[in-house]
Design a protein around this ligand. Structure first.
Ligand SMILES: C[S@@+](CC[C@H](N)C(=O)[O-])C[C@H]1O[C@@H](n2cnc3c(N)ncnc32)[C@H](O)[C@@H]1O
Length: 243
C-alpha cells in the first residue's frame, strides 16, 4: 500500500518542497472563481507543487476538462500523484515530473495557470532554489506571459516588480480582465535575511510594495485583447502598489 500524503509530507521540510498553505489556498480560490468556472477545457500548469491547490478546486467545482501540471521537484510530484489517486482525479489532473518549458508545447492548452516562483534575490542560493524568480522576482512570470497563451491566470506578488510585469503584459496584447487580491504576511521563504534585504533594496527602486506587516498577492486573469473585454490593468496597478 502506498504511504498516505501526511506520511509522505511528515519527512519533508520546506527546504525540500514548497510549503505555504495560505498562499496555496488563495491560488486555489483564484482558480475556482476565475478558471474552473470559465469554460476552459485544456489547462496547463507551471509548477504543480504538491498538487493541493488544483485538487481542492477540482473537488469544489464542476470543471470537466483536463489539467497538465509540470513540476521539477520529484518529491512534490510523488505527493501530488498520491493525493490525486486518493481523490480519484487521475483522469483530470496529470502530473509531469519535467521542466514546464521542456514539455508544455506538446499540449494544446487554452489556459495557462501558475503560482510561479517569485522570490527576488541576486542569485538562487536561497532556502529553496526552485522558488527563485530572478533578480526582480518576475523573470519566470514574464517568461510565461511571453508564451502568448490565449488566457493566463498567474499569481503576482507586490514585492516582485509588479508594475513592469503588468505593463509588459498589456504591451504584449493582454488585458487584465479580472483579479483577486489578498494580504499575506512575509513567510518562511520571503523572510530569509538575504531575500528580505534584497526586497528592501527593490522597494527603494519602486519595484517592491509592502508594509511592515503585509504584502499583497494578486491572482490575475490575463486575456488576449479583444474589443469586448474591459482592461482592469490600471486598477490592478493602483491596488497592488498601494502600500
Ligand atoms: C510557488 S511554488 C507553487 C506550488 C503550487 N502550485 C502551490 O501553489 O502550492 C512554485 C513551484 O514551481 C516549481 N518549478 C520551478 N521551476 C519550474 C520549472 N521550470 N518547471 C516546472 N516546475 C517548476 C517549483 O519546484 C515549485 O514547486
Amino acid at each position: 500500500m502506498s504511504p498516505s500524503r501526511s506520511e509522505l509530507l511528515k519527512s519533508y521540510s520546506p527546504q525540500d518542497l514548497f510549503s505555504c498553505p495560505e498562499e496555496s489556498q488563495f491560488y486555489s480560490q483564484c482558480l475556482e472563481k476565475m478558471v474552473f468556472n470559465g469554460g476552459y477545457d485544456r489547462v496547463i500548469e507551471f509548477g504543480a507543487g504538491d498538487g493541493s491547490p488544483i485538487i481542492s478546486s477540482l473537488l469544489k467545482t464542476r470543471f470537466s476538462g483536463v489539467i497538465h501540471g509540470y513540476e521539477l521537484n520529484a518529491t512534490a510530484c510523488e505527493v501530488a500523484r498520491n493525493r490525486i489517486d486518493d481523490c480519484q482525479l487521475a483522469g483530470q489532473y496529470k502530473i509531469h515530473n519535467q521542466c514546464f518549458f521542456a514539455g508544455y508545447s506538446e499540449i494544446a492548452a487554452n489556459c495557462l495557470i501558475a503560482n510561479p516562483p517569485y522570490i527576488p534575490a541576486p542569485d538562487n542560493r536561497i532556502y529553496l532554489p526552485a522558488l527563485h524568480g530572478g533578480i526582480d522576482g518576475a523573470t519566470l512570470t514574464n517568461r510565461l506571459l511571453a508564451l502568448g497563451c490565449e488566457t493566463a491566470m498567474l499569481m503576482i506578488s507586490a514585492y516582485s516588480n509588479p508594475v513592469a510585469t503588468i505593463q509588459r503584459a498589456v504591451d504584449q496584447g493582454y488585458s487584465v480582465t479580472n483579479f483577486m487580491i489578498t494580504p499575506l504576511q512575509f513567510g518562511y521563504y520571503s523572510s530569509e535575511p538575504k531575500v528580505r534585504d534584497w526586497i528592501t533594496q527593490l522597494r527603494q527602486q519602486n519595484k517592491a510594495f509592502y508594509s511592515a506587516n503585509i504584502y499583497f498577492l494578486a491572482g490575475v486573469l490575463f486575456q488576449r485583447k479583444s474589443s469586448s473585454l474591459t482592461d482592469l490593468s490600471s486598477e490592478l496597478i493602483k491596488v497592488i502598489t498601494v502600500l
